[in-house]
Design a protein around this ligand. Structure first.
Ligand SMILES: Cc1cc2nc3c(=O)[nH]c(=O)nc-3n(C[C@H](O)[C@H](O)[C@H](O)COP(=O)(O)OP(=O)(O)OC[C@H]3O[C@@H](n4cnc5c(N)ncnc54)[C@H](O)[C@@H]3O)c2cc1C
Length: 234
């Protein structure tokens, strides 16, 4: 496994709690839309075993042509050791990235695609939408629905409805509105439903979608095959 040490080249304050860290793209490092990486901080491999407190899975919120690996994360006042170190990191400092994989590439099957997310989960979808804007082949329409109770919605420049691009986007700030909307979207019996958020959020969305008649094979989760099957089993 190749570990790439790379520098932070920009830090974007997306909202009061959410930051995007732009990392230099190491030579030969590439990825597809929907990918995640392992992001690790200095010292993670100093001992005999890797220090898990210093490693997190993170989605890549950019596409390779943007020339930086974007990592978008929420850092609350009360946070883990990992996030408290990250919060204090400056441009020019190094982090490690390794093991890239996409569980959620954009499906081009001439269907409508629904992107359901909670909070910073929207970061996983940013590259899917950019990829679609560049090449809409074999995708009928994309609709994004994001819930964020903070009301500090993310990436509003990209996640704005563009009817001529067959893209619509909706932000809501409460669960009632969110699940009412999911039920309406689930009326599309042939759509593809991507869901990104906490495990609890996934379980609830799957329950609502399945109750409306959406089949397991229409639901895409950012999980490896085995874990995905376990989520979709009931
Ligand atoms: C495939 C995949 C992709 C992912 N992509 C992303 C991504 O793009 N962006 C992203 O942010 N995450 C992503 N995650 C999740 C990520 O790996 C972390 O699990 C998540 O960000 C939580 O980080 P944390 O454990 O450092 O906890 P934190 O975010 O720091 O904390 C989690 C919760 O616990 C509370 N908490 C933590 N420590 C304390 C403490 N000491 N005292 C009191 N309360 C505390 C916090 O307030 C918060 O509510 C992804 C996960 C997977 C599997």
């Amino acid at each position: 496994m190749q570990i790439y040490w790379t520098k932070i080249n920009k830090i974007i304050e997306e909202t009061p709690e959410i930051k995007t860290y732009m990392l230099d793209c190491p030579e030969g490092f590439t990825w597809e839309e929907g990918s995640h990486i392992h992001l690790a901080l200095e010292g993670f491999n100093a001992g005999e075993k890797p220090n898990r407190n210093l490693i997190r899975h993170m989605s890549i919120s950019t596409l390779p042509h943007e020339k930086s690996i974007g990592i978008t994360t929420r850092i609350k006042e009360e946070c883990s050791e990992f996030k408290s170190i990250l919060r204090n990191m400056k441009i020019g400092e190094e982090v490690a990235v390794f093991k890239t994989h996409s569980n959620v590439p954009l499906k081009r099957e001439d269907k409508n695609v629904y992107l359901l997310s909670s909070g910073v989960g929207l970061a996983t979808f940013r590259p899917l939408v950019l990829d679609y804007f560049e090449r809409a082949d074999n995708v009928n329409h994309i609709h994004s629905l994001n819930i964020d109770s903070s009301r500090d919605f993310l990436f509003t420049n990209i996640f704005a409805s563009l009817p001529n691009k067959k893209f619509t986007s909706q932000f809501v700030d409460n669960r009632n509105d969110y699940y009412d909307e999911v039920k309406k979207l689930a009326a599309d019996k042939d759509g593809i439903f991507y869901v990104v958020g906490s495990d609890e959020f996934l379980v609830h969305n799957i329950e609502v979608l399945r109750a409306q008649g959406v089949k397991a094979e229409q639901i895409m989760l950012d999980k490896h095959e085995q874990t995905k099957s376990e989520f979709l089993a009931f």
